[in-house]
Write a protein that binds this ligand. Structure first.
Ligand SMILES: C[S@@+](CC[C@H](N)C(=O)[O-])C[C@H]1O[C@@H](n2cnc3c(N)ncnc32)[C@H](O)[C@@H]1O
Length: 229
């Protein structure tokens, strides 16, 4: 499919339009649970500790369209054939990645989701978008399910729970190809929780060059230059 972008039309476009619209409608329902968080926040707890996967099991909390398109274009630009995702939810980002590896000539995206019912819906959405042959969703804690990956990994999306970004990237780094790209979402909302991740990526100590992009909620954009000797 060289030259084509499946984001423009067809089942990928239709399913993404439907899912982004459903996610937008959910914002009201999400606002109704916010007071529960407010009490915890006033008691000094971190937002991140209150938003457990179980509390968020019916919510998409997806990448924005702009982030999804940036993710797709990045995967196209680097010719990604194997992409790995921490945090699949209902599969919006997985569809962008599945479409990109397919449009690159074939490959796979390996997603991970701790809530089984979300993984089931994600698989159905990938099927409806016509990219299921290029996507796998592994159920369980990503620190376990992403242990046995084939190499090389060209691109990683980090969008699961924030305290796990560092351990997940440490797990995946040995599988990364040189110049692999890692994108990590929610840098602004979870500034405090993600500070250790951003510092580690930007310091170079893990072998990355990295900068925070002001797209949506903040996308950390990192390129793997190889483990420093
Ligand atoms: C922000 S959502 C992901 C949204 C998705 N990337 C998209 O754009 O549609 C984060 C997801 O990570 C999942 N999650 C949280 N902790 C996890 C873990 N340890 N392993 C796998 N998935 C996890 C949550 O259940 C939630 O569905």
């Amino acid at each position: 499919m060289a030259g084509a972008s499946s984001l423009r039309s067809g089942p990928v476009r239709e399913v993404l339009d439907r899912l982004h619209a459903e996610a937008a409608r959910q914002r009201l329902a999400f606002l109704k649970v916010v007071p529960h968080f407010a009490v915890g926040l006033l008691r000094g707890r971190r937002l991140f500790d209150l938003l457990t996967p179980e509390v968020m099991k019916d919510f998409y909390i997806p990448l924005s369209r702009e982030q999804g398109e940036f993710l797709y274009l990045t995967a196209r630009a680097i010719g990604a054939r194997r992409a790995v995702e921490f945090g699949t939810s209902f599969g919006i980002s997985t569809i962008y990645l599945g479409a990109a590896v397919r449009d690159n000539g074939g490959g796979e995206v390996i997603g991970s989701e701790i809530i089984e019912s979300k993984a089931r819906v994600a698989r159905a959405n990938l099927e409806a978008a016509g990219v299921a042959a290029h996507a796998e969703v592994r159920v369980g804690d990503a620190l376990e399910t992403l242990r046995d990956l084939s190499e090389p990994v060209d691109l990683v999306l980090l969008d699961g729970w924030k305290d796990l970004y560092l351990p997940v990237i440490e797990l995946l780094s040995p599988r990364l190809r040189p110049d692999a790209v890692v994108l990590a979402d929610n840098i602004f909302t979870f500034r405090r929780s993600l500070r250790p991740y951003v510092d580690a990526m930007q310091s170079g100590e893990l072998g990355f060059a990295s900068t925070t992009l002001h797209i949506a909620d903040g996308f950390e954009y990192s390129v793997y230059l190889g483990k420093p000797s």
